[in-house]
Design a protein around this ligand. Structure first.
Ligand code: DGT
Ligand code: CA
Ligand code: CA
Ligand code: ZN
Length: 593
């Protein structure tokens, strides 16, 4: 128990504390400061290097190398990693004793509104919020009204309905921590994260880990003592279960080398896919379990082992092509594997460009040049700059005059980029994330849209229109001859906001007819389109784009989630326009530029 205090702090925990501080500061109306904390929190969350270790090895001055960290935030970080506490944060919480973390999870509630709710109605917790909303007290407050009370009630229901499942992006961060920890344990031959995580489901219930080792005891000891383990539920000979600091549970099992493929297959799931495999085994007079594929032997419990070391040999012995984990959801993959008709899925290295990024011209936090530099670092060949338009006033959206200015800057950067980046190929494309207005018209005039390389259009308002009106509105936007891509087509925010009511099969048909590309927005709380709609689009021959929607250089990393989602939707490289070179991709858009 005594080592709790000296336990290392993860970047995640430090980032969480700093962003909580930002929210408390925002509640107390401190200008500028919240933004500074948010910026550092984002930078730290995205760092692969441990901030804790950076401080321990190189001292407080090294912390100043983190973007946005000045003297006072460096002091905070130092206090956090050395004591596990931050007095300043504790003071802020004492001053306003509300459960900001849970309350801000309710769609539409930010620190400013929570402040009003606290001051006028003493709302501190989700339960308080639900009580006053049900009593009809919120709609009477200035700046709230009937509609927002209704939305708050819906938001509460949604927070409760997330059912303890975590976003893939959050699970990924935890998984990376675990991987770092496991890599250091001697005696591990190999390990994999399996379960829904390996299938890259959009939400994850718990993280399942599989390890091959001859020394299970050492593994159990080391795993349960990893720095990001908050609680140990179980510690057995070959299996342990823990709660991680981020709130997610993780199971770890140790299996022998000869059974590894069988265990990999079994614990990757899905459960229904496993059951289907087992049935095929029985039809072939074999027996499949997590230890291997065996010949049935009436006289003994299990017969001779036929396969088990690798997943590939198990599928092969069952007469099936290898099925990628993302497809193991009983969506016809077994049939396809039998008939050798599985698609060749888009690969994790296949993207060559990104067609939705925002900059500090609107609500992003980096310049066009900084975004481009980072994209080059990540091996991309082009990005489209797609800042918001004027209708989204809170993002300082661009009007015709400013977007013309932006186009000039992009032309300049492209003209000089050879020298600056030393890579002639890279191209910054002129784009927009143009708002779709209520009637389906667009927020920029056609003569401006015509001059852009990539026109994305999207809905950011009036989520509550009827299904018919919403569909009509979007269809009209798609019929604009300059509208190349429909961004985040359903507007959902996982666990926060339901998709708006819209007829997706009509949207897909119109996309096909008008040659409008549909986006897979890769942000882990969007993942919009979702897998089943991707599959519908692919079947109809509609082209897709996988975009990061990055608002900061660190956020390009979400592209892998978009690729995962596309794979879950059975998409191939050819279905995704940004797997092609810039020239080819542009020639595939509406005006075929
Ligand atoms: P989750 O954690 O809810 O996101 O979903 P999974 O798929 O990770 O499910 P989990 O953690 O309960 O179990 C991991 C895998 O273990 C699951 O995908 C398939 C396998 N498994 C678990 N229970 C059973 C079972 O009763 N029968 C079979 N055939 N497989 C199971
Ligand atoms: Ca799981
Ligand atoms: Ca599990
Ligand atoms: Zn947007």
């Amino acid at each position: 128990m005594g080592d709790k205090l000296s336990r290392h702090m993860t970047n995640q925990e430090i980032a969480k504390t700093l962003s909580n501080i930002a929210e408390y500061l925002e509640m107390t109306d401190v200008p500028f400061k919240p933004r500074a904390y948010v910026r550092v929190a984002e930078a730290i969350a995205a760092m692969s290097e441990s901030v804790d270790r950076l401080y321990r090895e190189k001292g407080a001055s090294a912390l100043r190398s983190i973007p946005g960290v000045g003297a006072s935030i460096a002091e905070h970080i130092k206090e956090l990693v050395t004591t596990g506490h931050l007095a300043y944060y504790d003071q802020l919480k004492k001053k306003t004793p509300v459960d900001l973390e849970t309350l801000t999870a309710v769609e539409g509630l930010g620190p400013k509104k929570i402040k009003v709710l606290y001051e006028k109605l003493r709302v501190r917790t989700l339960a308080d919020l639900e009580r006053v909303a049900k009593a009809g007290k919120i709609k009477k407050l200035e700046g709230f009204g009937e509609k927002s009370e209704e939305n708050i009630l819906k938001g509460i229901a949604f927070v409760k309905s997330s059912g303890g499942r975590f976003l893939l992006g959050d699970a990924m961060r935890e998984a990376k921590q675990i991987e770092l920890g496991l890599q250091k344990i001697p005696g591990i031959h190999s390990f994999d994260i399996v379960g829904s995580f390996r299938r890259r489901k959009e939400t994850i219930g718990d993280i399942d880990i599989l390890v091959v080792s001859d020394r299970p005891h050492v593994i159990m000891e080391a795993f349960t003592n990893l720095p990001n383990v908050a609680r140990v539920y179980a510690k057995g000979d070959t299996k342990s279960m823990v709660r991680l600091q981020g709130g997610i549970d993780a199971d770890l099992r140790v299996v022998p080398q000869e059974s590894y493929g069988a265990a990999l297959s079994y614990f990757t799931g899905s459960k229904d896919h496993n059951i289907a495999l087992r049935k095929i085994a029985i039809e072939k007079k074999l027996k499949l379990n997590e230890y291997g594929l065996f010949a049935s032997d009436k006289r003994k419990a299990t017969g001779k082992m036929i396969a088990g070391k690798t997943e590939e040999e198990i599928y092969a012995k069952l007469g099936l092509d290898f099925i990628p984990p993302e497809l193991r959801e009983m969506g016809g993959e077994i049939e396809a594997a039998k008939n050798h008709t599985l698609p060749k899925l888009i690969g994790y290295e296949d993207l060559r460009g990104d067609l939705q990024t925002q900059t500090n011209w609107t609500d992003g936090n980096a310049s066009i040049e900084e975004m481009a530099k980072e994209a080059i670092k990540r091996g991309l060949e082009y990005i489209a700059i797609t800042d918001h338009t004027k209708r989204l006033a809170m993002t300082h959206g661009l009007d015709a005059r400013r977007i013309v200015e932006q186009m000039k800057e992009i032309d300049n950067l492209n003209a000089t980029s050879d020298k600056r980046h030393g890579k002639g190929k890279f191209r910054i494309l002129k784009g927009t994330e143009c708002d779709i207005l209520r009637d389906g018209s667009l927020d920029l005039p056609d003569e401006i849209l015509r001059q852009l390389d990539v026109v994305g259009v999207s809905v950011h308002s009036l989520f509550n229109l009827s299904r018919e009106d919403q569909t009509k509105r979007i269809v009209r936007a798609m019929r604009n001859p300059h509208a190349d891509i429909l961004f985040h087509p359903t507007g959902r925010l996982i666990h926060k906001r339901e998709p708006y009511a819209v007829d997706m099969s009509e949207i897909i048909d119109v996309a096909r007819e008008t040659n409008t590309v549909l986006e897979v927005d890769a942000l882990s709380e969007r993942l919009d389109l979702k897998d089943e709609h991707i599959r519908m689009a692919v079947q109809k021959g509609v082209k897709l784009a996988i975009d990061s929607d990055a608002h900061a250089p660190s956020q390009f990393s979400v592209l892998e989630f978009g690729i995962a989602q596309a794979r879950r939707g059975w998409a191939t490289r050819e279905d995704i326009i940004n797997t092609f070179s810039a020239e080819k991709m542009l020639s595939m858009l509406k005006d075929g530029r």
